[in-house]
Design a protein around this ligand. Structure first.
Ligand code: ZN
Length: 139
């Protein structure tokens, strides 16, 4: 089995609703996203998937949607209304879900399927240097 991995970093703000802890307050992270693709066969060029192409598509989507954006729960009207004029639209809403590391990893997994036409073996999302969440398929 072959495995390829790309990674990219981005900066976003978020907060968690109905959470008892520091993440209930608006704050930011430098996230690191890792995308893992696996295959038991190679294409005619000898690749699982072209690194450059994979990284370009994932990075472009993140740059357009998450980098220097505020990631919010769609129920977080207080934050959405507060940020809209100042952020010039740099808000990414998760439908009635908190922008947790777990939710981000699942969202990016589904975007990779959409953008690249392949299902990653997993997406790992680092929220800090010592903690990450992964999503490895499903919905
Ligand atoms: Zn956080």
């Amino acid at each position: 089995m072959y495995l390829v991995r790309i990674e990219t970093t981005f900066d976003s703000g978020h907060r968690l609703l109905d959470y008892d802890g520091k993440c209930a307050f608006p704050h930011g992270h430098t996230y690191r996203a890792e995308v893992f693709l696996e295959s038991d066969t190679l294409d005619p060029q000898g690749l699982v998937f072209d690194f450059t192409e994979l990284k370009h598509r994932v990075k472009a989507w993140i740059d357009d949607n998450w980098d220097h954006s505020f990631l919010v729960n769609s129920r977080d009207t207080e934050l959405i209304e507060g940020l809209t004029p100042a952020s010039k639209g740099r808000i990414y809403q998760f439908h009635e879900e908190n922008p947790s590391c777990e939710v981000l990893s699942r969202e990016l997994y589904n975007k990779v399927v959409e953008l690249c036409g392949v299902s990653p073996v997993k997406v790992r999302m680092w929220e800090s240097l010592d903690q990450y969440a992964e999503f490895s398929g499903g919905q």
